[in-house]
Write a protein that binds this ligand. Structure first.
Ligand SMILES: *Cc1c(COP(=O)(O)O)cnc(C)c1O
Length: 369
């Protein structure tokens, strides 16, 4: 039996590189609370991502959740259900109401032609999600938000390091939030960041990640605790040194998948968008049973039987979660519902051997009827 292939494998520096990086942490005994590693990673990321301002968090979810709190929003937020639980939870945990917009069948991001019909006098913001490394139609979203006076908060968890027309993807909208979770293109073990331009907003956000403390004797907000610690920041510093190499290797894996799977009827692949520098975050494949003969679930099982873990991602849609007690109707987002039932993301990480890619593709092709 060959070794199990998981859907992803965390990027890590050499052991010695990390040990060297944490030496200062050991010596100083400054383990958290915006220490030197936190400051250094923040400065380096600001430059790498091409953003005006950035603040670091324990994880991407807290960046999203505290961003919504710092914006002091109330009412409805237009978003999509084709995302990870975090996006929708961040809205509801702030006492806001998600209004689910359908997605575009090509990029899987919010369908900007369907946003305006969902705007009411209670709408306060749009929370679109960049998906798999595909970016949203940021130009349309910007135009709609300006016309209706809405805030835009991007869930940019899938688009670390990407640019659109040469501009860092984190510089779009009022705020863009990244995740540095172990499974993402760039990781700090757990971690996240919010990128923004408004410095007043930034001050509130900064205090919210530290209990709402604004000075040694003042607590002005009902904050949380979401500070990135020094060991996570050190991992981020190390991984950032190698992230371009990692993305180049991911690209080679993606190109190998493309050359194996392109031209197979009933298997839709994901194209890199014009004017986008991609990070090759995920490899989604959408199956059309009528043409391919087998459906997504059959391919998933065939891969599992060969010790290969693909992921039904995003499935199920967030608007179907039991947590929300049937409050939302999945049929209002039919494209998202359809794609979520047919999509499979295949194993993808920098060191995935290309002959394993070939083997995965052969198994998929053998499912064709
Ligand atoms: C990973 C992810 C998040 C949450 O990030 P964490 O760092 O795991 O908290 C949010 N949204 C999307 C789309 C994600 O993929």
């Amino acid at each position: 039996m060959t070794d199990k292939i998981l859907v992803t494998r965390s990027s890590m520096p050499e052991y010695d590189e990390y040990i060297r990086e944490i030496k200062d942490v050991w010596d100083s005994r400054w383990l958290t609370n915006m220490g030197p590693k936190h400051q250094q990673l923040q400065t380096e990321l600001k430059k790498y991502l091409g953003v005006e301002s950035i603040d670091l968090f324990t994880n991407g979810h807290m960046a999203l959740e505290l961003t919504l709190q710092a914006l002091r929003l109330s009412g409805e937020v237009i978003t999509t259900p084709f995302t990870f639980a975090s996006t929708t939870h961040s809205i509801i945990r702030n006492g806001l109401e998600p209004v689910f917009c359908d997605i575009d069948p090509v990029t899987y991001t919010i369908d900007t032609n369907k946003i305006e019909s969902l705007i009411t006098d209670r709408t306060c913001a749009i929370m679109p999600v960049h998906v798999y490394g595909n970016i949203c139609n940021v130009d349309d979203i910007d135009r709609i938000a300006k016309a209706h006076g809405l805030k835009v908060i991007y869930d940019a968890a899938h688009t670390f390091g990407e640019t659109y027309c040469g501009k860092g993807i984190g510089s779009f909208g009022d705020v863009s939030c990244f995740s540095f979770h172990a499974t993402k293109v760039f990781n700090s073990i757990e971690g996240g960041a919010a990128c923004f331009k408004d410095e007043e907003f930034g001050k509130v956000l900064y205090s919210l990640k530290n209990f709402g403390i604004t000075s040694p004797e003042d607590v002005d907000y009902i904050g949380s605790n979401a500070k990135m610690n020094e060991f996570c920041a050190a991992m981020g510093i190390c991984n950032l040194r190698h992230v371009d190499e990692e993305i180049a290797k991911r690209r080679a894996v993606v190109e190998r998948y493309n050359s194996n799977l392109s031209g197979i009827d009933g298997v839709k692949l994901n194209d890199v968008q014009p004017d986008v520098k991609s990070n090759y975050a995920y490899y989604p494949v959408v199956f059309d049973k009528k043409v391919f003969g087998a459906d997504r679930d059959e391919v998933f099982v065939a891969l599992s039987e060969n010790n290969i873990t693909a992921r039904k991602y995003f499935y199920p849609l967030t608007n179907s979660f039991a947590a929300f007690g049937g409050k939302y109707d999945v049929n209002q987002t039919p494209v998202a519902l359809d794609i979520s039932s047919r999509v499979l993301t295949l194993p993808l990480y920098a060191d995935l051997p290309l002959d394993d890619v070939d083997r995965i593709c052969n198994i998929i092709v053998s499912c064709k009827k």
